[in-house]
Every structure is written in C-alpha cells, then in structure tokens.
Design a protein around this ligand. Structure first.
Ligand code: ADQ
Length: 466
C-alpha cells in the first residue's frame, strides 16, 4: 500500500454532510472519523438512518463534500428491527456492557444481523478499489470482514470496537459466540479501546477457541490464519474542540449557566440517555451527598444533559422514566423557591454550547457503569480554564480511567463513594485542581483522535498481507 492509499470507512451510521451539525448527538464516532477521512479523500459507507421498502434498499446514494464521499443505503423496517434495535442494541450492547440481565437472545434477530452484514458486504464491495485500506467500525458489523473476504476482497481490513469486550465468563453466555469471534479473525487488525478489553479478547481466543496467542505482539493464530489485536485508546479532536472555546456560542452558553447558578458550584453530566452511563446511580450518589451534607444544599447545582437515544428499545424507555422519578424525588425533597438542586435536560446541544457549559461547571461528573472509552470526560477537561480548572469525577469502569488517573476515580455503584468524591471536589484547593488538570490535559491534548487514527492505520498498513 502506498502512503496515500484511500481510506474506506464502514460503520453502521454515516454522518452525511447536511446532518453533520448534529454530529455530537450521534456519539463520539462521527467527529472522529470525519477528520481521518478528510485527510485521505476517503469514502464512508453505512446506513442512512432511513427506513424504506425492501425493494429500494439496494440503492446506494452517494455525495461528496469537503473531500469526503459518503455512500449510504436505506434499511427495511424489518432490518432495523432485527439488526439494529434487535441484535446490535438488545443483545450485543447490553452483553458487552456487562448487563446480562438486559440482554435478549432471539434467533430471528441474529439472522437479521447476519443478513444486514451480508447486504453491507454486497453493496460496499463494488466501491472498494484494489489498494484501499478498509476500516470497519463497531459491534454492528463484527462479521463484515469475513463477508467481504468471501467476496474475494484481498485488501487490508481493520476493525475497531468502540465498546468494551466482556470477560470470557460473561461472553460465553452469547449463543453462537464462537461463530461470531471466528468471523472476527478474518480482519487483519482488531483494535480495542483499552488493554483490559484486549486482554479479555485474547483470553477468550486462547481458552475457548484454542487459538495460538502471543500476548506480547497481540497476534492470534487459528486455522493457519493470523490476525493482530491491540489497544488503541480513542481521543478527541483536540484542535477542533479547543478552538470552540473562542466561539460566541461557547461564550454565551458559559455565561448562561454561570449567571443562572450565581454563587453556587455547577456540577455537570452530559451523556446519551443510556443505562450504561450510570445515570440513576449518579442521582443516588447526589442524593446521598445532600443527605450527608444538608448544610451544603445551597452550594451545589447539578445539571444533567441527556438527550434520548434508541427510543425504540424498551430498556431505553424504562431508564427515562426512572431518571425523571429520581430527579423529581431529589428536587421534591430539597427545592426552595429560589433553588432547584437538579436540572435534568432531555435534549442535545452543539459542541460549542457544551464547551461553554463544561467551562462554567467546576465539577464534571462522568460515571458510567461500563464504557469503552468516554469522550465526555476528555471534552470536560479540554474545556477547563487552565488557571482555575474544575475537577473531573470519573468512573473507574470507563476506558478513559486507564489514561486519566488524576481524575477523582470512583466506583459508580457506590452512592457513598460518589458522595465523598463530590465533597472532595467541592473543597479541593486551586493548587491541587491545577496539578491534576495539568496531568490530565497532557493526555487529552496529546492522545487525540488524529493520533489514534494515524497509529491504527499505520499498524494496519504494516500487518502481513492477507
Ligand atoms: P458514546 O457511548 O456515544 O460513544 P461518548 O464517548 O461519551 O459515548 O461520546 C459521546 C459524544 O456525544 C461526545 O462527543 C459528547 O459530547 C456527545 N454528546 C453526549 N451527550 C450530548 C448532548 N446532550 N448533546 C450533544 N452532544 C452530546 C461510543 C462508546 C464510547 C466511546 C465512543 C468513541 O460507547 O465508550 O468513547 O463511542 O469511541
């Protein structure tokens, strides 16, 4: 492959240019990939997010903007139900986030998942040229590499998993788990967010598949074929995000929050409304803080921004109701005419506005029960005033915790632990805040998304030809 080989990215959803203003609400993936594609005049293939009659789902719609070509397909209603809401988001997502209690196993959705992966392979393979580097993303498309190989593709194909890889004991509860992982071994390079998820994967390959695993290099050999698995922690687009601090939107958002909280400390949470993000547990921790420190009710305002996601999946409707109830309880017990301790906002904001909200908040609360990485933790740090930075409280179960040990690391399941961290953060002297910030900002700035892409693609380039 030459240094300027074209990059083909394949992911479940594609942020088409006209919708890119809403990239934040689509998760960390959108912004990350756009920068990589821009540098390599790439092609981005995936689902448009639209449903249409099955007869029209073979159409590929392409558009080029800003040097990036996007090619999207529609899915039928049944595909969306079985592949997206079903197998991806009701089976793999909960299982990979250690929520066996929420994972559903249905034969039909499993078949739908395979069918849509096959459709992706059929429609994207004519668009792939001989020297292209192909990079497949995330749990929706685990078997895609194998499907592309069966169509004769000889390109380098990499795969990156944005979410955790569960411990072997948990993973084996997935029916046909072997089949799924065997398809993965058709990729040349498999990336995970952290060493912990990588180690779980290698452990599975060795103990369940009997593969030959070299822990040092990450090479996994099975049936005469070798693939490489490594950890590549994703970062934020530092240049882009830090520049948002100069925008009018960021400044106005900062003023809005600062003015409305006046002499109280604002503490902020920003998450997709998802049970993996630990939102009810977070409210329990805040409630415990107020119970233990009633004299500090007037010191703290908690702002939780949580736009709904995956609303067609039952467990996502349930979490919304739980949160409304818990926020209502805290406010019912503690509000005064001039004070509402918890502000719970069910909508998304632009990244500029989030920058301003982060900067106006002296505590950032990021407490997922399990998270592949968590970019909000990094964005919060990136938005701080270096002379008077806020404190990040971070779950030790977020992938980000491995790089961000200078945050206040907490067990998100423990209300006492959360309450204690909130008190520590409120009382932390400026010198300590600055010392922690300086270490945190170094990793947020240096281990950024450009670096992540570069390292992954250089490694993909280097792995032995298929
Ligand atoms: P997500 O689960 O979506 O991503 P995260 O990494 O936190 O989680 O990224 C969320 C992105 O959406 C951030 O850029 C954030 O600013 C934005 N966002 C969140 N709430 C928002 C709101 N209310 N309004 C606007 N924007 C909002 C998955 C994995 C993560 C992994 C990423 C990237 O689950 O573990 O870090 O992919 O690999």
């Amino acid at each position: 492959m030459s240094a300027d080989a074209r990059l083909v990215v394949i992911s479940n959803r594609v942020a088409v240019p006209k919708a890119r203003g809403a990239a934040g609400a689509q998760g960390g993936l959108a912004g990350a990939l756009h920068s990589a594609l821009k540098d390599r005049s790439g092609l981005w293939f995936g689902w448009s997010g639209e449903e249409s009659e099955s007869g029209r789902t073979g159409n590929v719609s392409t558009q080029t903007s800003d040097g990036v070509t996007t090619a999207t397909i529609d899915l039928s209603e049944r595909d969306v139900e079985e592949y997206y809401n079903g197998y991806a988001n009701s089976t793999l997502w909960p299982l990979f986030h250690y929520r066996l209690d929420l994972a559903q196993y249905e034969r039909e959705t499993g078949k739908g998942y395979e069918r849509v992966n096959e459709r992706f392979a059929e429609l994207v393979s004519p668009l792939i040229e001989e020297d292209d580097l192909v990079w497949v993303h995330d749990y929706h498309l685990v078997p895609l590499g194998e499907r592309l190989r069966s169509r004769g593709l000889k390109n380098r194909i990499g795969f990156f998993l944005h979410i955790p890889w569960p411990a072997t004991r948990l993973f084996v509860s997935l029916p046909y788990h072997e089949r799924l992982v065997r398809t993965m071994l058709h990729y040349d390079l498999i990336g995970f967010q952290t060493k912990e998820w990588l180690d779980s994967f290698l452990h599975y390959c060795r103990t369940e598949l009997g593969a030959e695993v070299d822990e040092e290099t990450g090479s996994v050999t099975l049936d005469g074929r070798t693939t490489t698995a490594r950890a590549y922690p994703i970062g934020i687009d530092w240049d882009h995000f830090s520049a948002l601090g100069e925008t009018k939107d960021a400044w106005e958002a900062e003023q809005r929050l600062a003015t409305s909280t006046r002499d109280r400390t604002a503490m902020i949470g920003v998450d997709r409304l998802d049970y993996s993000k630990g939102l009810p547990e977070r409210l329990d921790g805040i409630s415990r803080f107020f119970d233990k420190n009633p004299e500090r009710t007037r010191d703290l305002v908690f702002v939780q921004i949580a736009p709904p996601s995956r609303e067609d999946v039952d467990s996502y409707q349930a979490i919304r109701a739980t949160l409304e109830q818990k926020a209502g309880q805290i406010n019912g017990a503690r509000s005064e005419v001039d004070l509402v301790p918890v502000r719970y906002v069910n909508r998304g904001y632009s990244h500029s506005e989030l920058f301003g909200f982060f900067r106006a908040s002296k505590i950032g609360l990021v407490t997922p029960l399990r998270d592949g990485m968590n970019l909000v933790a990094k964005e919060y740090i990136a938005a701080q005033d270096p002379e008077d930075p806020g404190v990040l409280i971070l779950s030790r179960f977020a992938g980000a915790a491995a790089q961000m040990e200078d945050a206040l690391l907490v067990n998100p399941h423990s209300p006492d632990d959360l309450a204690h961290a909130i008190k520590t953060a409120l009382d932390m002297p400026r010198d300590e805040r600055k010392a922690r910030y300086e270490k945190l900002i170094a990793t947020v700035r240096d281990d950024n998304v450009q670096d992540w892409t570069k390292t992954f693609l250089e490694d993909l380039d280097r792995v032995v030809e298929y």
